[in-house]
Design a protein around this ligand. Structure first.
Ligand SMILES: O=P(O)(O)OC[C@H]1O[C@H](OP(=O)(O)OP(=O)(O)O)[C@H](O)[C@@H]1O
Ligand SMILES: Nc1ncnc2[nH]cnc12
Ligand SMILES: [Mg+2]
Length: 188
């Protein structure tokens, strides 16, 4: 393990200790991973951003794309730390002007996301960030929007991953998860 990886692992350990798990929210059988406690303490929020920044290292990043809603909680701060722009992916009907829209499949049913047309210059290097990678539907949708704007996806970054849903298999680009997630579905 490199010294950078070791530093990230130490930050991750402290951050992980501050997560909360809520069983059966929002529905039975779901173990909800609440990462909001990280934002209640500035030193933890700073560590979250530092850990991602260390991981990104000297890779060129022009834009951080964050997914509504929870990807908005740290996406802009990470963008600032990387001296990159921030671009939101929003739920339908929220963005003014011409938009690209995609429909994508989640665990149960489909959903839609939008991004403003032309907001990312062709060939720009893009990081896509969100709190959780579950089925990968949301991240896949965001990736399609970046491609419609002809951006170049460098990597997907998440705080947590629900490994058993294998969302990363849908993304076709490198995926980094800061904190280890749930290896198995909650059984009850
Ligand atoms: O990998 P997936 O199966 O797509 O699931 C992950 C997404 O689900 C949650 O968002 P949610 O749509 O619940 O809304 P929120 O961010 O507005 O709370 C989470 O914040 C991720 O964005
Ligand atoms: N288990 C979970 N906890 C928090 N957010 C989620 N989004 C999808 N699955 C989730
Ligand atoms: Mg979300």
């Amino acid at each position: 393990m490199s010294s950078t990886q070791q530093e990230i692992a130490e930050l991750a350990k402290e951050l992980k200790a501050n997560l909360k798990q809520i069983p059966d929210f929002p529905s039975p059988g779901i173990l909800f991973e609440d990462f909001l406690p990280i934002f209640t303490k500035p030193d933890l929020f700073q560590k979250l951003v530092n850990a991602f920044k260390l991981h990104v290292g000297d890779q060129k990043v022009d834009y951080v794309v964050g997914l509504e809603s929870r990807g908005f909680l740290f996406g802009p701060t990470l963008a600032l730390a990387l001296n990159a722009g921030f671009v939101p992916v929003r739920k339908p009907g929220k963005l003014p002007g011409d938009v690209h829209q995609v429909e994508f499949q989640k665990e149960y049913g489909s959903d839609k996301f939008e991004m403003q047309k032309g907001v990312i210059p062709e060939g720009a290097k893009v990081l896509i960030v969100d709190d959780i990678l579950a089925t990968g539907g949301s991240a896949y949708g965001a990736g399609e929007l970046v491609k419609l704007n002809k951006g170049d996806i460098v990597e997907y970054l998440f705080v947590l991953e629900l490994d058993f849903l294998k969302g990363r298999d849908r993304l076709g680009k490198p995926v980094f998860t800061l904190l280890s997630g749930q290896p198995e579905k909650l059984s009850n």
